[in-house]
Design a protein around this ligand. Sequence first.
Ligand code: UDP
Length: 365
Amino acid sequence: MRIICVVGARPNFVKFAALWHEIKKYPEFEVTVVHTGQHYDDNMSAVFFRDLELSEPDYNLGISGGTATFQVSNIMREFERVIVIEKPDMVMVFGDVNSTLAAALVAAQYGIPLAHIEAGLRSGDMRMKEEINRKLTDHLSDVLFVTEDSGYENLVFENIDERKIHLVGNIMVDALLTMRQKAVKSRVLEDNNLTKYGYTLVTLHRAETIENSEYLRIIMETLEEITKTKYVLFPVHPHTLKKIGRELKAIGDGSPGLVCISPLGYNDFICALDNAYAVLTDSGGVQTEACVLGIPCITMRTVTEHKSTVEYGNVVTGIDKSSILHAFNNLNNKRADLPLTWDGKTAERIVSILKRMANQKASAA
Ligand code: UDP
């Protein structure tokens, strides 16, 4: 079975890595990797290939910057060329970024079976570009690999044929559990003069947050308040830096408690998360990772598509100073069990389903 895996952005690399390390054990699969170029800086892309021990992609489409429409349309145009050359048996996409939707559209137009890893998640907010991407991708997909019960229920509710849906668990957990052992070697705490549980980690990058100046003002005031009692370690996403670089510098200059750094590579980030007092985030992946590592998580959004993390103790506060501070001062220890399939064996389950499909195809031929 010849599979093209399409990746483009930081969270894609993590999900793909877990799959890659499992699928390469089986000679019946030939995997071609296409990097769309959506994330291109060393600390948003290449470092993940190094940390996650991935080889260079077979194709780099070099599409970065611009609006979502620019990215989707240009990735489609370039990816079409790859499809025509490679004629794969399957295209596999990950998560909810623009690269995911662009590749899904091309695969569907060429009638090539499409598999979506991390299908079924829904925030219910169609103003989020990610929600548009994940919903459309799911409806174009032939094989949907779902992370948790709510994902399965969402797809059935949207009338997707249950025979296409596979509840396999969260593949990010596979990468996390493997890399956690390597991450202990990271020097991120020493490099930033931090101690275990002596700081709060912050990540922020969602367009609906960083493009709203009122939200940014609230978040920065809140961070300033938090730095009065705890250091704040803030690896700043490039999009966020563009929006609030100057304001961050102003808080940083006035408050030695705010440590702003460039985005971290995966090993360093997992080390920083594993040793944090708490994490404040608007990231999807970080909510999951915090729960698995048992680090209290405050999600600065009004909704989350990662429903099971809320049962586990993730507090969704909205972007409201008093709600965020209340959550921070009353860190939630509620602990339902995490989904059973978040056990680090998701890639194994996906590959065994693919093997079954490959066998069925071979015997039908
Ligand atoms: N991450 C990282 N360095 C950072 C921030 C995040 O390696 O400075 C990792 C994090 O561990 C997770 C992924 O990036 O695996 C999440 O990516 P992001 O928050 O950009 O996307 P989302 O999950 O919201 O789609």
